[in-house]
Write a protein that binds this ligand. Structure first.
Ligand code: BES
Ligand code: MN
Ligand code: ZN
Length: 502
């Protein structure tokens, strides 16, 4: 979909649909909604007074114009209560009205800048949120089945201020790039595991690398053996698909040696291994590489933005399957930092592959480290499907990620890492074991990872609850959500800005 910013009067735009809005509880609409209402001889205000249009958050009411306006349809987007309003609500509303209008066979739509007037949101933030919400909300995975609907080909954002056009176009451009990166991560997560194998992950990374001029490396089983990556190789043992350790590097600041490390769990299918999972819902475990997809596609976006920073993504990729050669409960593995690990459950495989990836990231001198992983069902139990769990060994870095995430609408919640729980990861026969007891599972998993982080600042984001959605809402679509991409790009943006300031 093309998104344009133009100066004009929304009521006069030729399009299939024009979109105005209403806050909940407002009886007499103002601004652009009032102008459109007038052109419709008061149809909107009369529907409000009859209680048909309420402005409830996320509701999209349709009024047909029957020739009173150039547009065929007027959509009134409900913004909810004004005191609860924020930029993420604009994203969600944009997702909702775009899908509603696509169902009504609209190919060209026009919208005002929601929330910019009474909502108190800056014009730029509103444009950014509309573009992002629209592009994310209209996503569908169409590789194996045609979409039910025709695409909306064009959305125009109609503004009043001539002098704002170029700045808003830039905002829309950035959103487009970030949304496309997110949608690419969604495609990868939705791709069935028979296609999205570790080798295919490497291909996808290679494609991103050649498109955006990144350095690409892939290490095979023999390379990993030479590097002593016994934990990653242990997980890979059960599968016929060869494991891959993939790195992508973006160098935007040649003068600096420093580089941020982004790590992503890349289990292309998690059956649990010998500690096999129940079959119900097991298919969703094709998205157990959501962290890997997020860091890869974020790197592509960072490169397109030409940010003056260095970033390297590290992706350990393998399947986790049971077989005659598979890892077994009770086995002991040796990670590349020399630590031995007793495997209690082969289903706690994410922390095993990340142990070697974290060690490798430190060998490369990357700092800070940020890992994204669909790591524990316990995190989903603790925080539900809206919040990712955030862990870290440095409060400043944690705060920075939280602040950044809040701007993108990707909700995160800091979780504690109490020393006392480390007890749970103690093994009788090895340096650590890979599961704790029944309680605090997301925390003991994070504490396990911390065993493989020595002298660098590090944040771990558990996206087990947020990476896959079973329902459609706002700009979230059923299936892989692409969570993390937007926060990683935003982090890189703010990092590049703070570098400039020095
Ligand atoms: N990939 C799963 C975690 C997961 C669960 C992601 C649900 C998304 C939705 C992970 O590898 C796993 O199986 N974790 C185990 C750990 C346990 C064996 C300690 C879990 O959460 O059950
Ligand atoms: Mn598992
Ligand atoms: Zn897993």
């Amino acid at each position: 979909m093309d998104i344009k910013v133009i100066v004009g009067d929304i009521a006069q735009i030729e399009a299939d649909a024009i979109v105005v809005n209403l806050f909940e509880g407002v009886e007499q609409p103002g601004g652009a909604t009032a102008a459109v209402d007038k052109a419709l001889d008061g149809a909107i205000s009369s529907l409000i007074s009859r209680g048909e249009i309420k402005g409830k958050f996320g509701e999209v009411n349709i009024v047909h114009t029957f020739g009173k306006l150039p547009a065929r349809i007027v959509a009134i987007a409900g913004l909810g209560k004004r005191q609860d309003f924020n930029a993420d609500k604009i994203r969600r509303v944009a997702g909702e009205f775009c899908r509603a209008l696509r169902k009504l066979n609209c190919h060209k739509i026009a919208t005002i800048l929601h929330g910019a007037g009474m909502g108190g949101i800056e014009l730029e933030s509103s444009a950014e949120a509309i573009a992002e919400g629209a592009l994310l909300g209209l996503y569908s995975f169409t590789k194996y089945k045609k979409s039910e609907y025709e695409d909306i080909e064009e959305m125009v954002i109609v503004i009043r201020e001539e002098e704002k056009v170029s700045i808003l176009e830039r905002a829309v451009g950035k959103s487009k790039l970030v949304a496309e990166a997110t949608n690419l991560a969604r495609d990868m997560g939705n791709e069935p595991a028979n296609y999205m194998t570790p080798s295919q992950m490497a291909e996808a990374a290679k494609e991103i690398a050649s498109k955006y001029n990144l350095e690409f490396k892939v290490f095979d089983r023999e390379d990993m053996e030479a590097m002593g990556m016994g934990a990653l190789l242990g997980v890979a043992k059960g599968s016929n698909q060869p494991p891959k350790l993939i790195t992508l590097s973006y160098k935007g600041d040649e003068r600096s040696e420093k580089a941020i490390g982004l790590l992503g769990k890349g289990i292309t299918f998690d059956s649990g291994g010998i500690s096999i999972k129940p079959s119900e819902g097991m298919g969703d475990m094709k998205d157990d590489m959501a962290g890997a997809a997020a860091v890869m596609t974020a790197l592509g976006a960072i490169a397109q933005l030409k940010l003056k920073i260095n970033v390297t993504a590290i992706i350990p990729a393998t399947e986790n399957l049971p077989s005659g050669t598979a890892l077994k409960p009770g086995d002991v593995l040796k990670a590349s930092n020399g630590k031995t690990i007793e495997v209690i459950s082969t289903d706690a495989e994410g922390r095993l592959i990340l142990a070697d990836a974290l060690s490798y990231a430190q060998k490369l001198g990357l700092s800070p480290l940020i890992d994204l992983a669909t790591l524990t069902g316990a995190c989903r139990v603790a925080l539900g499907t809206l919040y990712s769990g955030l862990f870290g060994n440095d409060q400043d870095l944690v705060d920075k990620v939280l602040r950044t995430a809040a701007r993108t609408g990707e909700r995160m919640w800091q979780m504690p890492m109490p020393e006392e729980y480390k007890e749970q990861n103690k093994s009788e026969i090895a340096n650590v074991k890979n599961t704790g007891n029944r309680y605090g599972g997301a925390i003991t998993a994070a504490l396990f990872l911390s065993e493989f982080v020595d002298n660098t600042t590090w944040v771990h984001i558990d996206i087990a609850g947020t990476a896959f959605s079973n329902k459609e809402s706002g700009y979230i679509i059923k299936g892989a959500t692409g969570v993390g991409v937007r926060t990683l790009v935003e982090l890189a943006l703010s990092e590049a800005k703070s570098q400039e300031a020095i």
